[in-house]
Design a protein around this ligand. Structure first.
Ligand code: NA7
Length: 537
């Protein structure tokens, strides 16, 4: 924009991305005396919560836990209005944090990093941006998000479509006029499942193009009472500690340690009913072995399918909405606010792409093998190039000019999800090989921010500012990440955890599935032992 001020030409740390991760990184490192600057591609701060402005966008984790723990004053003064906050409320919170901690002077908006190369002689990153800035930084920290590079389906003829095309994660700030329109939506993941019930009453007709049916349980949104909020604020320190020491970072849910197979059918049904009525996103934790034992998982999957059947009037339609053939939780589970009931509306139609695949777009709308659907607006809720998309978009060159894309040709290679060998002084927040996508991402983000900051601070005081990763350490970590996923059910579904969301992407299970608690222990041990996997000088 016309008011854009160029970023500084030389800094200690350049952070890419002004979402939850980038802002926390800035606050912490600036406090440690590092000259730190953030560049952000968007025209506002907030990352995910800046871009995903579609109707119905919400967090699936309790707001009281999906928030920063680094400031006791902040967590005491902020009043979350609902159990799961809406996008506008989360964005207001992020804006408040930026103002409260005076972060804005150290952030440059409208600035996308286009390339970065490691200058061997100077031991620095030389970074270029799309507006044309050159920034020299000792450390380059990618806080670019796991789900931030949007993905559009490759449908022939999309440029011929005469109507409006929008992606949920790139929703126009001014909104989209849907009133009375013929609207098509492709994608029934978390975003599709949130937006569909929200717009169904307003649109003229809604055509939902579903490829893989998903498992969704009721979100059970509700306002927080003053008493509830006060109780949470009063016990925040213990609550945060509970989140940090839990496998998922979800402090609001106490996982049931029982196996689903240890109880009889009647008891299991009663237990599922109880959790269905209140657990929201925590439903996956109602038995301990849902992600490790297929037979246990089948009981939950069957329960959810029956619930879909109860919510949808037409049994043939209900059957089409039921997921089959992959375990519950192996794709990111969804929570909803009346999603299945939406299909009882006379103006909503489900198009099952498994039996009638998409063929092309025309001037008028979308064609499947069976029919042409005339549309005014086409919504893509088709997700992201997950975990690696935003890391591989800029050209990043490490030792000997090797690009990150070349180094990760067969899949992402990281040490602790944070560093990658041959790319000294490059750090990733919530990257592949970290547990960030398999729990409350805020807990992962704060852990990464602390771990990276401790490393930089310690390396500075030890006079070893240049930090690379031993190739062996990276190989060991990738093997460990694979091992933790191997005895779980994750690999039994096509998911973005596995790179299945983008044709041609290496099929590798990317997140660390050993849980946040175990991950934190491993990272703490590495720090205690003096960072054996890193080469510092
Ligand atoms: P997701 O969860 O990746 O969902 C994308 C949806 O789009 C999913 O239903 C896909 O079906 C569908 N899709 C993707 N490409 C196509 C094509 N080419 N044709 C038809 N359908 C397609 O993204 P979301 O935005 O919903 O959620 C992302 C995260 O946001 C979520 O995990 C939470 O953390 C919040 P598929 O299953 O691939 O058959």
């Amino acid at each position: 924009s016309s008011t854009r001020q160029a970023p500084p030409a030389k800094v200690d740390v350049l952070v890419v991305g002004a979402g939850f991760a980038g802002l926390a990184m800035l606050h912490r490192l600036r406090g440690e005396g590092f000259h730190t600057h953030v560049v952000e591609a968007g025209s506002g701060i907030g990352g995910t919560w800046f871009w995903n402005r579609y109707p119905g966008a919400r967090c699936d984790v309790d707001s009281t836990d999906y928030s920063y723990s680094f400031s006791d004053e902040l967590q005491k003064e902020w009043r979350w209005s609902e159990r799961y906050a809406t996008q506008p409320e989360i964005l207001r919170y992020i804006e408040h944090v930026a103002d409260r901690f005076e972060l804005r002077p150290d952030i440059t908006l409208d600035t996308r990093v286009s390339e970065a190369h490691w200058d061997e002689a100077g031991s620095r990153w030389e970074v270029r941006t799309e507006p044309g800035d050159r920034i020299s930084a000792r450390y380059l920290i990618m806080a670019t998000g796991c789900l931030s590079t949007t993905k559009q389906p490759d449908i022939d003829g999309i440029e011929d479509f005469a109507g409006q095309v929008v992606h949920t994660a790139d929703w126009p700030a001014e909104g989209v006029d849907l009133a009375g329109k013929r609207v098509g939506i492709v994608g029934t993941g978390s975003s599709g499942i949130q937006v569909i019930p929200e717009i169904a009453a307003e649109v003229g007709r809604l055509h939902v193009f579903q490829r893989t049916p998903n498992f969704s349980v009721p979100a059970r949104h509700r306002p927080l009472t003053d008493a509830e909020r006060a109780a949470i604020i009063a016990e925040y320190p213990q609550r945060r500690e509970r989140a940090r020491l839990s496998p998922t970072g979800l402090a609001a849910v106490t996982p049931n340690p029982q196996s689903a197979l240890d109880v009889d059918e009647a008891e299991r049904q009663a237990h599922y009913e109880k959790w269905w009525d209140s657990a929201g996103f925590g439903f996956l934790l109602c038995y301990a072995d849902l992600l490790t034992n297929q037979e246990a998982n089948d009981t939950a999957a069957e329960f959810i399918r029956a619930k879909i059947g109860e919510q949808v009037d037409d049994p043939v339609l209900a059957e089409k909405l039921m997921p089959h053939g992959y375990p519950y939780g192996a794709k990111r589970p969804c929570v909803d606010n009346g999603y299945y009931q939406t299909f009882n509306r006379p103006n909503v139609e489900l198009i099952d792409l498994l039996s009638t695949p998409l063929v092309k777009t025309t001037r008028n709308g979308l064609c499947t093998t069976e029919a042409e659907y005339s549309l005014d607006v086409l919504i893509f809720a088709t997700g992201f190039d997950a975990m690696t998309g935003s890391l591989l978009k800029p050209v990043i060159r490490g030792h000997d000019g090797v690009t990150l894309r070349e180094h990760w040709r067969a899949g992402p290679l990281t040490y602790l999800g944070v560093t990658t060998s041959g790319f000294p002084n490059l750090f990733i927040v919530a990257g592949p090989g970290s547990p960030s996508l398999l729990g409350n991402v805020l807990v992962s983000i704060e852990q990464h921010v602390d771990w990276i900051s401790d490393l930089l601070t310690r390396s500075r005081s030890e006079g070893k500012p240049t930090i690379d990763t031993a190739p062996g350490a990276e190989q060991d970590w990738v093997r460990h990440v694979n091992d933790t996923a191997a005895h779980m059910l994750y690999t039994a579904a096509n998911s973005y955890y596995l790179g299945a969301e983008v044709p041609g992407k290496p099929r590798v299970f990317m997140p660390y599935a050993g849980g946040l608690r175990r991950y934190r222990r491993e990272c703490d041990k590495v720090a205690r032992d003096g960072y054996p996997g890193l080469i510092r000088n």
